[in-house]
Design a protein around this ligand. Structure first.
Ligand SMILES: Nc1ncnc2c1ncn2[C@@H]1O[C@H](COP(=O)(O)OP(=O)(O)OP(=O)(O)O)[C@@H](O)[C@H]1O
Ligand SMILES: [Mg+2]
Length: 262
């Protein structure tokens, strides 16, 4: 397994305002899921259900209050440095460094890892080319459109040749057409390079396009349903699958068991 969450809970002490003691302060509660090698998992859930908290636990930025998180067999919080370079992230905002050119942004991760200059420039150029950005290599990010900047951040994520790609709503700020194109490309690149991916999104359509499997989260972060997309699409139409996911996503029943495994 590449990613293992077992009964993971995260409680933020500062959030004492909720009166229900059983869930008070929990951003994630009893979260369990496993991701195998080369799987691309989409995670959907309503705003505030704990998706970003799950993401932060996965990259080791925060420590679980209880339960176990393992990534590539390691504890990402306690063994943060062991996972350096093995996980790449793409966020909703591109987070490019404005004082570095496009190429210098793409090679930044390799520079941090002290990869020799020639080698990192070659990797950077290759990834810019794969994303159709070679003619923008020497431009400042601020001169590029939002869609192009997000392309650069995808090139940057792949350039370090990580084992895992993590995305937290990377295309939600883009127009629909640009988002759809990038989504398709991202999917193709993950599959071509045999990466494992976790893709967080609000959009059910996006989850169906991207995911081999879709996890639906309810608040406080726990899995209420899991869909195997190829299998589900053999058994029902895309519209029906969308509706099924929407139904579990919007179901307010807090104690439902892992409801629909398709
Ligand atoms: N550092 C923090 N301190 C206190 N509470 C937090 C903190 N981070 C998140 N939370 C709370 O945990 C819950 C889950 O937040 P999280 O950001 O994980 O949700 P999300 O699913 O990513 O939402 P969105 O779809 O809006 O991005 C929310 O109630 C949020 O207020
Ligand atoms: Mg979030």
């Amino acid at each position: 397994m590449i990613v293992e969450f077992d009964n993971v809970s995260k409680r933020f002490e500062s959030d004492g305002s909720v009166s229900d003691e059983s869930t008070s302060g929990f951003a994630v509660k009893d979260l369990t899921f496993h991701i195998g090698e080369h799987e691309l998992i989409a995670v959907v859930g309503k705003t505030g259900c704990g998706k970003s908290t799950m993401f932060n636990l996965l990259i080791g930025l925060i420590e679980p209050t209880s339960g176990s998180v393992r990534v590539l067999g390691k504890n990402p919080f306690a063994q943060f440095n062991d996972l350096a370079g093995k996980i790449s992230v793409v966020f909703q905002s591109d987070r490019l460094l404005p004082w570095r050119t496009t190429l210098e942004n793409v090679t930044y991760g390799l520079e941090l890892r002290k990869v020799p200059k020639e080698e990192r420039l070659a990797a950077g150029r290759e990834w810019l080319q794969r994303l159709g950005l070679e003619m923008h290599a020497d431009k400042w990010p601020l001169l590029l459109s939002g869609g192009m900047r997000q392309r650069v951040s995808i090139a940057r994520a792949f350039a370090t040749n990580p084992e895992i790609l993590l995305c937290d709503e990377p295309f939600s700020a883009l127009d629909e057409l640009t988002g759809a194109n990038l989504r398709q490309e991202f999917h193709r690149l993950v599959k071509e390079t045999h990466k494992t991916g976790v893709f967080i999104t609000h959009s059910i359509n996006e989850a169906i396009d991207i995911g081999d499997r879709i996890l639906v989260l309810h608040s406080p972060g726990h899995v209420v349903a899991e869909f195997s997309v190829a299998q589900a699409l053999k058994e029902c139409s895309r519209e029906q699958l969308k509706q099924k996911i929407l139904d579990v996503m919007s179901d307010a029943a807090p104690d439902r068991q892992l409801a629909k495994i398709v």
